[in-house]
Design a protein around this ligand. Structure first.
Ligand code: NAD
Ligand code: UDP
Length: 354
């Protein structure tokens, strides 16, 4: 079992992954500035993992801080080492992820996503911690030529968010090449992470108006919003609406656990893997699955296409199966059931219970 630093561990994917990693027996130190999350998520993770107060202090430590604070990172690595709990590996979720916002505020996106990652890598290197799982994204593929998309497809991001992720991947390649026998790195390219832990205790809680289909649709179903806009009914797909590869966030979390096990067991390497199901679902298929799962209607209107959208984005997940023995276990109906359990129990997200 390892001692892990989890940056951005209070966020949507981070909180679910923390739970899975605790259940796998790892000890965690979460670093988060809570710019897009709340410490309450980690209190719930602790409760779900059945940690009592004493074991919680040892197994899930939480530190408020920023990945761009180099002195803060030094202190974190040194303090852990001098307490006999040196960090073995880092799972790096911290970052900004809203495509539209990245177009309006590229400096902030490059700063947090690239400068923040560079600062973290510099501190890791200085403290001799060279095992990293990095949150990359299918957004790197831009408008894919062939679907399903293999990892060998060309990298052609089409917005500042995607550019910043591509730049971090390039930095990781350069770093691994500079010291080939030292760095163990997994770049995990997520497709569309959705759903929630089946308990309904943790889930996705976006600030303001959601940009993404799932949280928007869930808020329509729960009565927080009137109707969903479906962006385009004239795509070259079976029903004319956009097709994506939706992956249950617990499957995704298990993918991180598998990647970490692989890095810790195998010789130094840089792995680049798609994490997706290999199955596509259209917007209307998702809406109807969610209506079945929730027993609620999701009123919608079909409007113009959204700028920058691709028609179909579906992963070829064969490499993750081959290298990690990992594949998704949960389908669209599980995603909708668990996503609805979270939304129904927490109509206003974490702010419902302070
Ligand atoms: P999230 O916003 O819920 O989580 C990110 C976490 O990082 C938050 O807790 C936030 O407070 C924290 N954070 C942000 N800036 C920080 C900083 N400078 N220092 C410390 N902490 C900081 O997002 P998520 O959906 O959980 O995504 C996690 C990662 O996965 C991100 O890097 C994102 O780009 C990537 N990703 C997400 C998706 C998706 O659809 N959710 C898809 C592909 C890739
Ligand atoms: N979408 C939609 N209405 C919304 C949000 C998204 O019709 O309010 C569509 C979008 O055009 C795409 C799919 O749903 O076909 C998934 O979009 P999302 O923003 O969730 O993910 P991404 O664009 O990153 O794949």
């Amino acid at each position: 079992m390892a001692r892990l630093l989890i940056t951005g561990g209070a966020g949507f994917i981070g909180s679910h992954t923390c739970l899975v990693l605790l259940q796998a027996g790892h000890d965690l130190l979460v670093l988060d500035n809570f710019s897009n999350s709340t410490p309450l998520a980690l209190e719930r993770v602790s409760a779900l993992a059945k940690l009592d107060v004493q074991s919680s202090q040892a197994r899930l430590q939480v530190r408020r801080g920023d990945i761009r604070d180099r002195a803060g990172l030094d202190d974190l690595f040194s303090t852990a080492a001098s307490a006999g709990a040196a960090i073995d590996a880092v799972v790096h979720f911290a970052g900004l992820k809203a495509v539209g916002e990245s177009v309006r505020e590229p400096l902030r996106y490059w700063d947090v996503n690239l400068t923040g990652s560079r600062c973290l890598l510099d501190a890791m290197n200085a403290h001799g911690c060279r095992t990293l799982v990095f949150s990359s994204s299918a957004t790197l593929y831009g408008y894919p030529k062939d679907v399903p998309i293999p990892e060998t497809a060309s990298i052609q991001p089409i917005n500042p968010y995607g550019h910043s992720k591509a730049a971090v991947e390039q930095l990781l390649h350069d770093l691994a090449a500079s010291a080939p026998n030292q760095w163990r790195i997994a770049c995990l390219r997520y497709f569309n992470p959705v759903g929630a832990h089946p308990s309904g205790k943790i889930g996705e809680d976006p600030l303001g108006t959601p940009n993404n289909l799932f949280p928007f649709m869930s808020q329509v179903a729960v009565g927080r919003r009137k109707s969903l806009q479906v962006f385009g009914g004239d795509w070259p797909t079976s029903d004319g609406t956009g097709v994506r590869d939706y992956i249950h966030v617990i499957d995704l979390a298990e993918g991180h656990s598998a990647a970490l096990n692989c890095l810790l067991a195998e010789p130094a390497q840089l792995l680049t893997l798609n994490l997706g199901s290999g199955q596509g679902a259209s917007v209307l298929e998702v809406v109807h699955a969610f209506e079945r799962a929730s027993g609620r209607q999701v009123p919608y209107e079909v409007v113009a296409r959204r700028d920058g959208d691709a028609a179909i984005t579906v992963a070829d997940p064969a490499m993750a199966l081959q290298r990690l023995g990992w594949k998704t276990q949960r389908g669209l109906d599980d995603i909708c059931r668990d996503g609805w359990t979270w939304q129904a129990a927490n109509p206003a997200g974490y702010s419902d219970q302070g």
